[in-house]
Design a protein around this ligand. Structure first.
Ligand code: HEM
Length: 162
């Protein structure tokens, strides 16, 4: 990815990434977000109704446990046109409408590890892209969900240093 190679080129031998570099990795994060939209690490989580309410014609009594599900918005064409298409540009500009892209949940119990996860993902991507091209050894490897999605055979790849 051009963005990552440009950051790599701006560094002296052995110089570490800094926060300014991470903030420049917009395209890479859009790619990671599109991966999490299509293959969300968590399928959803639970909430408890703190009051009686009606949603989409359903009466929900106070005290009921509810499960919100990522795919009800991630795969919904009203939220994400052509939902099966891999398209990182969806996250450009103002991006998806609030509470439609929810791999980290939402509201007061939203994942507190989100920014740390972002940092880790971007640093990992940077270091792999900077050093290697790669080929998947099993081109159409299945993804199994148990309960987190993962490649069925552990994603063997051939790394080609460049
Ligand atoms: C890609 C990585 C991650 C994803 C997709 C993810 C996703 C989620 C989701 C969907 C929830 C439920 C949020 C809700 O109910 O609204 C959650 C909760 C939580 N996550 Fe993460 N998470 C990630 C990484 C992390 C990391 C790195 C940490 C800690 C270092 C972390 C710590 C937590 C904790 C403590 C909660 C419970 C929060 C609460 O109930 O108040 N997560 N996460």
């Amino acid at each position: 990815m051009a963005e990552q190679m440009e950051i790599a080129r701006s560094k002296k031998e052995g110089e570490m990434l800094n926060w300014e570099d991470i903030k420049k990795m917009k395209y890479s994060w859009n790619v990671a977000c599109e991966v999490m939209r299509l293959a969300p690490p968590l399928q959803g989580a639970f909430r408890e109704a703190i009051t009686d309410f009606t949603f989409a014609g359903f009466s929900i009594p106070k005290g009921w446990k509810l499960h919100w599900n990522v795919n009800s918005t991630h795969k919904n064409p009203e939220c994400f046109p052509e939902p099966e298409k891999f398209e990182p540009a969806r996250f450009e500009g103002s991006g998806p409408a609030p509470y439609t892209f929810v791999p980290f949940g939402g509201g007061p119990r939203m994942c507190p590890g989100k920014e740390y996860a972002r940092l880790e993902v971007l640093v990992f991507m940077h270091n792999v892209i900077k050093r290697f091209n790669w080929e998947k050894l099993i081109p159409d490897e299945m993804i199994i969900v148990d309960p987190l999605p993962m490649p069925a055979k552990g994603l063997p790849v051939r790394l080609l240093p460049h």
